[in-house]
Design a binder for this molecule. Structure first.
Ligand SMILES: *[C@@H]1O[C@H](CO)[C@@H](O)[C@H](O)[C@H]1NC(C)=O
Ligand SMILES: *[C@@H]1O[C@H](CO)[C@@H](O)[C@H](O)[C@H]1NC(C)=O
Ligand SMILES: *[C@@H]1O[C@H](CO)[C@@H](O)[C@H](O)[C@H]1NC(C)=O
Ligand SMILES: *[C@@H]1O[C@H](CO)[C@@H](O)[C@H](O)[C@H]1NC(C)=O
Length: 352
């Protein structure tokens, strides 16, 4: 639910786009372990054997008796593997020749294996673009007619090493399609901005979700691309392994009107297990300008998750390396904006 949304459309701006989106991935320390209120959080890039763009970003949050690992990667579709262990001494082990091979299973592990208490992953196979000019006629809530999607496994990503900031605990995967015949990304990019935190707090800018040293934050920024239509909406496909046929649950939770994010009465969450051992949470809003304000807010909708067979879906090397080839996926779409409000072409910016 959103507060009042501006309905004015921008005027004759050059046709390029911007989108901002922000989610927070939170892992709980393994149940029953106490004393891990403080963690030592560090970021490292694990370089691949040859290509500087082929590497892994490893966030390690070490407490007195547990460790949380986040492994972000742009091999194949961009994504993150997350693992909690009940020891402060667990390590990530990578066999690069295995990971880059067509059969990567077993090439990524957190050791000792018996210390692992919880593990899952999220990845982002496709960026959608919809023509929303006719969607108000369909009235089924669909964002409009889809243009051919951008496959994020076919993007080329800049070297994440050059964006690593040990003080901010942040790094950015920025990419564009390898083949871009229409030149839509000539002056634009899609960026996954990843951040960890040394302690609890809230960012200065909206939507100001509460973070802790256990969390990893993802901000998605689609900036400067040329949309294919006059009122394009964008969407992102999100997939997570459905392990032991147990799917994480999507919960749209009514929240109180808090001082940090006034007039947004909803918090969307993807919960793994009950009580949740991990969750992804976000406010159902995106922003159409670099400085997120209520004037630039776009609604962010989520589709019901759908179980999808492994064989019908693009594979993520890190997911396959850790969980094996036969896991199925729970898949949902996030879409940003609607047919009547601001469109991407107004500012050429979108963030979540
Ligand atoms: C790494 O993976 C390759 C290819 O799958 C395999 O041949 C090799 O034995 C593995 N190395 C180790 C140390 O496990
Ligand atoms: C590319 O984008 C930047 C920033 O928005 C802008 O200053 C520049 O003029 C653009 N260049 C072209 C060729 O459109
Ligand atoms: C966009 O709008 C312009 C002017 O209203 C129109 O001439 C053009 O055909 C439209 N383009 C598309 C792809 O709908
Ligand atoms: C996501 O959107 C695409 C494009 O409209 C559609 O093909 C796909 O079925 C949607 N996925 C889900 C899980 O709803």
């Amino acid at each position: 639910m959103l507060g009042e949304r501006p309905r004015t459309r921008g005027v004759a701006a050059p046709c390029r786009a911007l989108l901002l989106l922000q989610g927070l991935l939170l892992l709980r320390a393994p149940a029953g372990l106490l004393g891990d209120q403080t963690r030592r959080v560090s970021l490292e890039v694990i370089p691949g054997p040859t290509d500087p763009a082929q590497n892994l970003l490893h966030i390690r949050a070490v407490g007195a008796s547990s460790t949380i690992h986040y492994v972000w990667s742009s091999l194949g579709p961009p994504g993150v593997l997350f693992v909690t262990t009940d020891t402060p001494h667990s390590v990530l082990s990578v066999n690069w020749s295995g990971l880059l091979s067509p059969e990567p299973e077993g090439s990524l592990a957190v050791l000792p294996a018996e210390s692992v208490r919880f593990s899952s992953a999220l990845f982002f196979p496709r960026l959608f673009e919809f023509d929303s000019t006719k969607s108000s006629e369909t009235k089924d809530g669909s964002p409009g007619k889809p243009y051919p999607p951008y496959l994020l496994a076919s993007f080329s990503w800049d070297d994440v090493n050059s964006t690593l900031d040990h003080t901010m605990l942040s790094a950015t995967f920025q990419g564009r399609p390898l083949k871009d015949p229409s030149g839509a990304f000539n002056n634009g990019s899609l960026a996954f901005k990843v951040r960890a935190f040394s302690g609890p707090g809230r960012p200065a800018h909206l939507p100001r979700l509460l973070h802790t040293a256990d969390t990893s934050q993802l901000e998605l920024v689609l900036s400067g691309i040329v949309p294919q239509g006059n009122h394009s909406l964008f969407g992102l496909e999100v997939a997570t392994p459905a392990l032991d046929s147990e799917c994480p649950q999507l919960k749209e939770q009514e929240s109180i009107d808090d001082e940090y994010c006034p007039s947004v009465f909803q918090l969307d969450q993807l919960l793994w297990r009950s009580p949740p051992e991990g969750f992804l949470q976000w406010r159902p809003v995106a922003f159409s300008q670099k400085q997120p304000t209520w004037k630039t807010v776009l609604p962010c909708r989520v589709s019901p998750p759908r179980l999808t067979l492994a064989t019908l879906f693009p594979q993520s090397p890190i997911v396959r390396a850790f969980f094996g080839p036969s896991v199925n996926f729970s898949v949902f779409n996030l879409t940003f904006g609607d047919s009547t409000g601001l469109a991407y072409e107004d500012q050429h910016y979108l963030s979540w």
